[in-house]
Design a protein around this ligand. Structure first.
Ligand code: NMX
Ligand code: MLT
Length: 435
């Protein structure tokens, strides 16, 4: 048993006891009331689920196990000579609640790198899809195509007791996380580089190896990916990808089914696809203007045109946040350090000056500030990854870390099938008029 699994095993019984005591002591107390508006309004603000790995404060943003993004950047182990956290450390932290040592991170890197091969039937299935299939469709399919290898599904059929569900979830999750960079790189190279694949490089960490297999040589890009894959991993339990993964997992569907469901949710333009939409919007503006950096007046006009035509400004607004997303700020800091003169970075900076005022004047969005997706595209283009349809795959690689860590905890805490009660409009009207 690797040290991480042993450490987790040691934490589980204390956590189970705490949940048991919480339920015994306060099981009947209300966490939230649900208004009619919330029932119709995407359940915004309703406190009705438990996710242990992270929590979002509307003003401060995400904390993984209590650690803010700047703290993670400071405290998590880094690659030799690097300044950004290694995503392997994020997985360790989300699972255990502890900041890992460099050796503990190295153990995860070694375990993931040892199991990274992609079964031939997975790459074969993808290669038979039309090349123009959206990369997110390919990612979801690729994850699902790996399902026949599920350890959880096999052990469940053999009679796995409920107390050991987490153990099989852990093994499947480690395997999935080992393989997902290869899957992402396979999708990238088959879609945009005529299937000329780059074999994994020995001795690289998880993120750097993905950068390498994508065929992007610049060492700085490895740092960018380490940062990106670390900070998008988790955003508490209610976002669409985390919630979908958790919901499907609650039926004891294995991690392949569950993660694939989460990835399908991430593929929506109001969620993870916004990172490609931001760049598509910027490229659209530049194309109309014949290239170069637009003036503020021109950008304002395009923003208003977008709003007037009933579309959203991608990369701005949020379901929970009411301030600039710290994950945006971390990417911004990276961009201003490594690519301050980049044309697209300049445009993203101009948008930061313009959009909040325009959205405030427009008067609809509750949060006019940028979210995590507003910076990503400019950085990726800077390193030559211009194919914006691919960007959400990178978000998905990162999100897999958080939602799989949560799935392991869901089974460790033996959370039941999720099955909320729905009501009809007729029922609501009858209740309201009767009271
Ligand atoms: N541009 C234009 N209108 C907006 C925007 C925006 N960026 N954000 C919110 N609104 C509108 C929203 O469409 C809604 O309009 P209507 O009443 O006509 O339906 C109104 O403002 C109120 O929405 P909110 O309560 O502020 O936002 P909500 O919680 O419903 O949705 C988002 C949150 C993130 C879906 C929304 O802000 C949005 O569509 N943003 C643009 C897409 C985006 O960047 N998504 C990525 C989110 C982060 N992620 O990675 O998942
Ligand atoms: C996320 O990272 O999942 C997004 O910011 C969306 C959310 O939290 O609702």
């Amino acid at each position: 048993m690797p040290a991480l699994k042993e450490k987790l095993a040691a934490k589980i019984s204390a956590a189970q006891a705490e949940v048991h005591d919480t339920l015994e002591t306060w099981g009947d107390r209300a966490l939230s009331e649900v208004s009619v508006a919330q029932a119709y309004g995407g359940m915004r603000g309703v406190k009705c689920m438990v996710t242990e790995t992270s929590a979002v404060d509307p003003l401060e943003g995400i904390r993984y196990r209590g650690y803010s993004i700047p703290q993670l950047q400071e405290l998590l182990p880094k690659a030799q000579g690097g300044a950004e956290p290694l995503p392997e450390g994020v997985f360790y932290l989300l699972l255990t609640g502890d900041i890992p040592t460099p050796d503990e991170v190295a153990e995860i890197t070694a375990a993931w790198r040892a199991d990274e091969d992609l079964p031939g039937y997975v790459s074969g299935a993808l290669d038979r899809m039309p090349r123009e299939t959206h990369p997110m469709t390919q990612l979801s399919m690729g994850i699902l195509a790996m399902q026949p290898g599920s350890i959880f599904a096999r052990r469940y059929r053999e009679g796995l007791p409920k107390t050991e569900h987490w153990d099989a979830m852990f093994d499947d999750s480690m395997r999935l996380l080992a393989k997902i960079p290869l899957l992402a790189a396979h999708i990238y190279r088959r879609t945009y580089h005529d299937g000329r694949h780059v074999a994994p490089a020995k001795k690289l960490d998880w993120a750097a190896n993905l950068a390498y297999m994508m065929g992007v040589e610049k060492p700085e890009f490895r740092e960018m990916l380490r940062l990106y894959l670390s900070i998008l991993a988790d955003h508490e339990g209610g976002n669409v990808s985390a919630h979908a993964t958790h919901l499907v997992g609650s039926a004891l569907s294995d991690p392949y089914y569950s993660l694939s469901a989460g990835i399908n949710g991430l593929a929506g333009p109001l969620h993870g696809l916004a990172n490609q939409e931001v760049m598509r919007w910027i490229f659209g503006v530049k194309e109309k203007l014949g290239g170069g950096v637009p003036t503020k007046e021109q950008l304002s006009e395009f923003l208003w045109e977008t709003l007037r035509s009933g579309q959203v400004v991608p990369g701005y607004g949020h379901g929970v946040l009411r301030a600039t997303d710290p994950r945006y700020l971390a990417q911004r800091q990276f961009a201003l350090k490594h690519a301050p003169d980049d044309e697209n970075v300049k445009i993203v900076e101009m948008l930061f000056e313009l959009v909040p005022d325009i959205l405030t004047q427009h008067g609809k969005a509750k949060n006019p500030w940028p979210n995590v997706d507003a910076y990503t595209g400019s950085l990726l283009v800077h390193y030559g990854v211009t194919q914006y349809d691919f960007y959400t795959v990178l978000f998905g690689v990162s999100r897999a870390i958080g939602v799989l860590a949560s799935l392991i905890w869901d089974r460790a805490l033996m959370l039941p099938l999720e099955r909320p009660k729905s009501v009809t409009t007729r029922w609501i009207r009858e209740q309201m008029t009767a009271s």
